[in-house]
Design a protein around this ligand. Sequence first.
Ligand code: 5AD
Ligand code: SF4
Length: 463
Amino acid sequence: MKNKVFLQTYGCQMNKLDATLVTEALKQAGYGLTDSIKDADIVLINTCSVRRHAEEKVLSHLGHLRHLKENKPALVVGVIGCMAQRLGAELLKSKAVDIVCGPTQIPQITGLINETLLQKQKSIAVTRQVRRKVSAKQSLALEEFEFAYDTDDKQLPNQAFVRVMHGCNKFCTYCIVPYVRGPEVSRPPKAIIEQIKKLADRGVKLVTLLGQAVNSYKYTAGEKTYCLADLLYMAAEVEGVEWIRFVTSYPAEEFFGQICQVMAGSPKVCKYLHMPAQSGSDKILKAMNRRYTAARYLNLLDRAKSIVPALTVAGDFIVGFPGESENDFAATVELLKKAQYKNCFIFKYSPRPDTVAEKKLPDDVPLEVKRKRNVELLAVQEKISGELSSQFLNKKVKVLVEGLSKKPHLNAEDKIDQPQLIGRTAEDRIVVFNGPRDLAGRFANVKITKTSPLTLFGELTKI
Ligand code: 5AD
Ligand code: SF4
């Protein structure tokens, strides 16, 4: 009988993609998958280190697994992802953990599980010097592993993430990513486009290109240096793919104009830009080692909006960064208002081990102040989101249907053959409507009849 794996994943889209790759590799190696931890012979936790809270959730989960193992000693538990790289052998000290595998080592995951099952020994694979360029051998292993990726229809039907680069070289002073995911390495454009073709052949309609600072993508082959704009252009040529998105953009001049031009010129490239500002105060931006001022950030947005008139933007902010005064926070509120984001992710600053901010800047904004600023900024954003959403009332939008809506929003008495579905527009707006289940993975047109800050509601309609 097949050994069954339960895989739980925390964190960003990079991590979700890693989880999909690992799932695929496990299936190919003959493992079964289960949604129930009780049925599992192997539990894998794909972890995130970006904020302390994310790590605490994993540690508490490991606590439960330790109890579970008392009754089921043969259970194998593996920690993969960013926390595995950050804590390494430290994690193996826990009774709960048998395998530790960093993000660069995921191609080895099935080997590590086989070994642990056979030899009943703990095993670890992490990078010793994470900022060193990955070896050619490792790079090839990662490339092959990535390429083997099939779509996992259980997640979002006919949608796929494609990594265009690993790591990050930006070193924002608060951020742990460069220390756990290593230096920036762009994948060869040929491999990326081949992969998109393969996914399109399997019915994928929306491809999201992924990179920590995706607009830094740069790959030289012979005479030519490819940038993200080239990738978008080539991806748009792939038959079958209808929408292409890219996340996350770093506010930088390089390639910016070219990227906006492809967005404006290609109907397949979604008019959507996720470009975090993090703060609106020049003093804080400098302390964060973000390499722009608030004025330059807004100028980039203006340029983007002048090239792509219907552009939708989303952002991230950190509140309570060391030294953030009421004035600095007021500057953030100001920038947020000017940017007119569709939505924003707002985080309370969380000091991360070994980052410059953690080592050099005291975490001097009290938690209550961080909370208060978080709530205040969210409220300002909610108002803006509400206003922008309301412009969709009575309009028709095209959505790619994701499947059944998880939280019923309206029409609790839905007909059985017309359950409540959820879809997203090209610009990443959430749309809820009633329709047949088999629309999942397909495009639909919806007339908007009601709006809220983060969700549009409507009825299926012909074009
Ligand atoms: N504390 C709080 N938020 C953080 N982010 C990254 N590092 C931290 C940290 N130490 C946020 C940034 C980034 C998003 C993915 O997470 O806003 O854009
Ligand atoms: Fe972290 Fe900055 Fe790199 Fe984003 S760009 S992953 S915030 S270091």
